[in-house]
Design a protein around this ligand. Structure first.
Ligand code: KIV
Length: 297
């Protein structure tokens, strides 16, 4: 298994790269980002794709689900990410109720994420029941990534954030959903929180790449949430690994800043600009004159 790190002059990742990676058995690396500063770092690290996930509802906006996320939220975040991403394919999530009611909604909203946001592809949740929508989007020239298994926009129907498709009938339905997405023209499919054996089976059966999250190591790629990997949240899901403790680093850096300000040691000489002595003398003379005028002296 090989690792791909972008080199100088490397071409940007496209949906064709996804296909080529699967054919070459090279795993695809995807991570979320929701703003320019995180996207710049993620892109520089050489990931293949950045997901502007509707998980921004929780990680950035402080909601307890993805349901309140709007098209305006997604378009603005996608725009910020695509302003700086030079290498990674940027995939933007269609938020809750931006595509479920009609194919027209889906076309209009996916089109907005591409034209206003600059996304290279969109992602939507669901299987066979969204296949016709996927077909319409693909026919309009919009690359679509599917998403099955634990689909957070249906959390009230699923009854909680738990592993899906554990029994044989549900597992078979999931495989049928994947097939329907592929037949509709999806270029890849996210498999979220399903048993590893099922994810491996889906990956072997499908011609398009599978991107796992909480789906074991048998997928063609992996996607994770920026905040989970970097220790920026107060909860880490079981499927994530903390590669850094940036939350702790930020708290101690901000506490050190606060202590310096209170102690009067920041800003110091290094951060300070002084006025030219002649200009300062002139200013003092002018102020003295104006003080005399005001006090009538
Ligand atoms: O919104 C998101 O971050 C996602 C991933 C969890 C796949 O959809």
């Amino acid at each position: 298994m090989s690792v791909h790190v972008p080199a100088e002059g490397d071409r940007p990742v496209t949906t064709a790269t996804f296909r080529a990676r699967k054919a070459a058995s090279e795993r695809i690396v995807m991570l979320t980002a929701y703003d320019a500063s995180s996207a710049r770092l993620v892109d520089a690290a050489g990931v293949d794709a950045i997901l502007v996930g509707d998980s921004l509802g929780m990680t950035v906006l402080g909601y307890d689900s993805t349901l309140p996320v709007t098209m305006d939220d997604m378009t603005r975040a996608t725009f910020a990410v695509t302003r700086v991403a030079r290498h990674a394919l940027v995939v933007a999530d269609l938020p809750f109720m931006s595509y479920q009611a009609s194919a027209q909604d889906a076309l209009r909203n996916a089109g907005r994420l591409m034209s206003e946001g600059g996304a290279g592809a969109v992602k939507l949740e669901g299987g066979a029941h969204v296949a016709e929508t996927v077909r319409r989007l693909v026919a309009a020239g919009i690359p679509v990534m599917g998403h099955v298994g634990l689909t957070p926009q249906s959390i009230h129907q699923l009854g909680g954030y738990r592993v899906q498709a554990k029994d044989a009938p549900a597992a078979e339905r999931l495989l049928d959903d994947c097939r329907a997405l592929q037949d509709a023209g999806a270029f890849a499919v996210v498999l979220e929180c399903i048993p590893a054996e099922l994810a491996s089976l889906a990956s072997a059966e499908l011609a398009i790449p599978t991107i796992g999250i909480g789906a074991g190591a048998g997928c063609d790629g992996e996607v994770q949430v920026f905040h989970d990997l970097l220790g920026l949240g107060d909860f880490t899901p079981r499927h994530a690994k903390r590669y850094a403790e940036l939350g702790e680093a930020v708290v101690s850096a901000v506490a050190a800043y606060a202590a310096d300000v209170r102690a009067g040691t920041f800003p110091g000489e290094e951060q300070t600009t002084h006025m030219d002595a002649v200009a300062l003398g002139e200013l003092r003379a002018r102020r003295a004159g104006s003080v005399r005028r005001i006090s009538g002296g």
